[in-house]
Ligand binder design. Sequence first.
Ligand SMILES: Cc1cc2nc3c(=O)[nH]c(=O)nc-3n(C[C@H](O)[C@H](O)[C@H](O)COP(=O)(O)OP(=O)(O)OC[C@H]3O[C@@H](n4cnc5c(N)ncnc54)[C@H](O)[C@@H]3O)c2cc1C
Length: 239
Amino acid sequence: MSALPWRKGIVTRITEEAPQTRRYWIEVSDTDNFDFKPGQFVTLDLPISDKPAKRWRSYSIASWPDGSNVFELVIVLLEGGAGTTYIFNEVNVGYEFTFRGALGVFTLPDTIDKELFFICTGTGIAPFRSMVQYINLHNIPHKNIYLIFGCRQKCNLLYYDEMRELTVKVPLLHYIPTLSREEWEGKTGYVHSIYEDIIHTKPEALFFLCGWKNMIDEAKQRITAIGYDRKSIHQELYG
Ligand SMILES: Cc1cc2nc3c(=O)[nH]c(=O)nc-3n(C[C@H](O)[C@H](O)[C@H](O)COP(=O)(O)OP(=O)(O)OC[C@H]3O[C@@H](n4cnc5c(N)ncnc54)[C@H](O)[C@@H]3O)c2cc1C
């Protein structure tokens, strides 16, 4: 773990994005410009244990660097989870977080010369929202970008309208949400068959996987089975 200093951030806004999923806006107290790379995360130090390491929980930054000192997190409540139970019960507007960051190497390549597959479930969309918004804002040259987002039901489609609007603004952005537990006008089932259908022709590609272990393990296994090198796969494992 890096030795970045602990900093303070005040919660300025909270909204419900989906059942048991909230967006938190945090204003960093010691700077006017909180800079980070899209895809990075912060670590919160929550007062839930006497042992420092047991108090730390990491969250991807869901917003993009915009020259301000405010960043956004999107957090799902885990039933029985010590950190998220604390956040959902105790953290209101005005709460002061202690946090470290930004941290992490789950970031865009310097030059985007391959197709990008952003594969995620649930709040795993956070780093990809940051990356795609950043690509849009800075007009970064790119090839096809496939944002494949899995969740259970329509009500769990995080940032749905925003992602659809981005497909109009960002050329070659393909936003493909899929629901595992509800029929609708879009795709259904898990994320895996969706990228497999696209990569069977073996385009030059980089894979970014974000979310929980089951999805990531299965995606790595399937992508390498198709013949891609492990080096083409980047992951952010939430737990
Ligand atoms: C780099 C990084 C970035 C992360 N970014 C986010 C983010 O943007 N949003 C977010 O909501 N979470 C994110 N997480 C997960 C987060 O750090 C916590 O693990 C999560 O909030 C649960 O914390 P807890 O204290 O409530 O549960 P704990 O009491 O710590 O969790 C108990 C166990 O449940 C597992 N677990 C936790 N959540 C889930 C889940 N939803 N499904 C299946 N198993 C789970 C954990 O692996 C752990 O073994 C991230 C994790 C990492 C490492």
